[in-house]
Ligand binder design. Structure first.
Ligand code: HEC
Ligand code: HEC
Length: 309
């Protein structure tokens, strides 16, 4: 009995040994589960006011807080990415939604710094306001290691935003006329509910379906992906949401007209507490039709908006 027991024991132990040995060997042979090449941390920097961010100092924060979605290599292939819609940003192509700079250009360090602190509403990108400014600046620098664009190109120049004129019912009315003329409704819908005739067909530059923003959905303090102030909305449609079908209108809208459009867009956020909604309520909720008091001689009013891809 003892003898058989001993043989059995050796056999089982042997089997376990062989099994674990094969497992280690195959793990080493299998390139998919083998150790990945290390991330090369280029000496990138960021400048936010008087703070200088260094990529090397963000290495552990990035791996701990960002890589799960954005991926160790910044390619948007983090382990959680499959579950997310919209997908995390792919830093290897350096296309960013929230910019103060013209479409197609790189955002400024401040743009990225602000986006990280603000998070992206209606997406899984968290609000990272627990970090110190230095940590956030370091992360901005770290994002730059993933695309060679940051070594060859400078950030775009921020657009100039003229001071905001007062909110009046005339301004709102002109904004509404622009919303119609520039065909914002084709995607966003006449009431801004994200249900225009083109809405269901839209895809982003990585072929994922994307919905136009629904202005009516938010509550009292509804936000945009790229901010919440009137200046932020101004920037969004003047610079475009790159990587999505949301175009840039900087070539077609005059700076002051853009403010009228901002004022109208605020009224589409029906639940939001805003100066614009107060003015509209005072006008009994009716936006009068726009009357152009000084029509241009024979201007070309049919220019198509520039691409936002
Ligand atoms: C839970 C997942 C998740 C985590 C964790 C995460 N992100 Fe994101 N991030 C996203 C998603 C999703 C988007 C894209 C949102 C969109 O397109 O609307 C995004 C977008 C971004 C953008 C692009 C902004 C733009 O203008 O296009 C930056 C920059 C960014 N994240 C930085 C970070 C940093 C830095 C960290 C770590 C501190 C981080 N993210 C952690 C999900 C995540
Ligand atoms: C071709 C379709 C299309 C047209 C035309 C269009 N949009 Fe958009 N817009 C989109 C899509 C898609 C998004 C959502 C982008 C995202 O979620 O990343 C969007 C988002 C927005 C946002 C919110 C961005 C944010 O930060 O959350 C604003 C504001 C906006 N559009 C204003 C306008 C205005 C004003 C016009 C007309 C002057 C216009 N759009 C025309 C497709 C369009």
């Amino acid at each position: 009995m003892r003898f058989i027991g001993a043989i059995l024991f050796t056999a089982i132990a042997g089997l376990i040994f062989v099994a674990s040995f094969t497992a280690t060997v195959s793990a080493q042979d299998e390139p998919l589960v083998g150790p990945k090449p290390p991330v090369v941390v280029k000496p990138m920097e960021s400048h936010i006011g008087n703070i200088t961010g260094h990529a090397a100092d963000a290495k552990s924060d990035y791996r701990r807080y960002c890589a799960g979605c954005h991926g160790d290599y910044g390619d948007a292939n983090g382990e959680n990415a499959v579950w997310l819609d919209p997908k995390p940003r792919d830093f290897t192509i350096a296309t960013f939604k929230c910019r103060s700079t013209l479409t197609g250009t790189l955002p400024t360090d401040e743009d990225l710094f602000n986006t990280i602190g603000r998070g992206i509403t209606n997406s899984n990108m968290p609000i990272w306001n627990v970090f110190t400014k230095q940590q956030r600046a370091n992360l901005v620098a770290y994002i730059k290691i993933f695309s060679p664009r940051w070594e060859h190109e400078k950030a775009g120049t921020p657009i100039t935003i003229p001071p905001e004129p007062p909110v009046t019912i005339e301004s709102i009315s002109h904004g509404q006329a622009l919303f119609a003329k520039l065909e914002c409704w084709k995607c966003h819908g006449t009431h801004g509910e994200g249900d225009g005739p083109s809405a269901s067909t839209l895809t982003d530059s990585k072929d994922n379906p994307i919905r136009p923003y629904n202005f009516a959905l938010g509550g009292k303090d509804s936000r945009f992906k790229c901010g919440s102030t009137n200046e932020d909305i101004y920037k969004i449609f003047m610079t475009g949401v790159d990587g999505t079908p949301m175009p840039s209108f900087a070539d077609v809208i005059q700076p002051n007209d853009a403010w009228d459009l901002v004022h109208f867009l605020r009224t589409l956020q029906v639940h939001r507490h805003s100066k614009e909604n107060e003015v509209l309520t005072a006008a009994h909720g009716v936006i009068p039709p726009y009357v152009n008091k000084n029509p241009p001689p024979a201007a070309d009013t049919n220019k198509a908006p520039g691409g936002g891809q």
